[in-house]
Design a protein around this ligand. Structure first.
Ligand SMILES: [Zn+2]
Length: 80
């Protein structure tokens, strides 16, 4: 076990959402990502922590800007 900062990762089986990025102003297909905050505990070979608080964002594929935060319910609504 160790503690590190995990990068947001895309959530599998979710729809792309077309949005205008507030950072680069491109209209792009944003992917829903899960981001981790607060204390995080995981294993070095895992891409995501075993234990962490989570937030959900639509992230721009061009500049990696988190254009919009969404709720867990909205994530479920965008599942394929
Ligand atoms: Zn962008």
């Amino acid at each position: 076990m160790f503690i590190k900062n995990y990068q947001p990762i895309p959530i599998e089986n979710t729809k792309f959402v077309e949005l205008v990025c507030s950072n680069c102003n491109n209209r792009t297909q944003h992917r829903i990502h899960e981001a981790y905050y607060g204390p995080q505990i995981g294993l070095i070979f895992l891409k995501k922590p075993l234990l962490s608080l989570k937030k959900y964002y639509l992230i721009c594929p061009v500049c990696r800007n988190a254009t919009k935060e969404i709720s867990k319910e909205q994530v479920k609504a965008n599942k394929i």
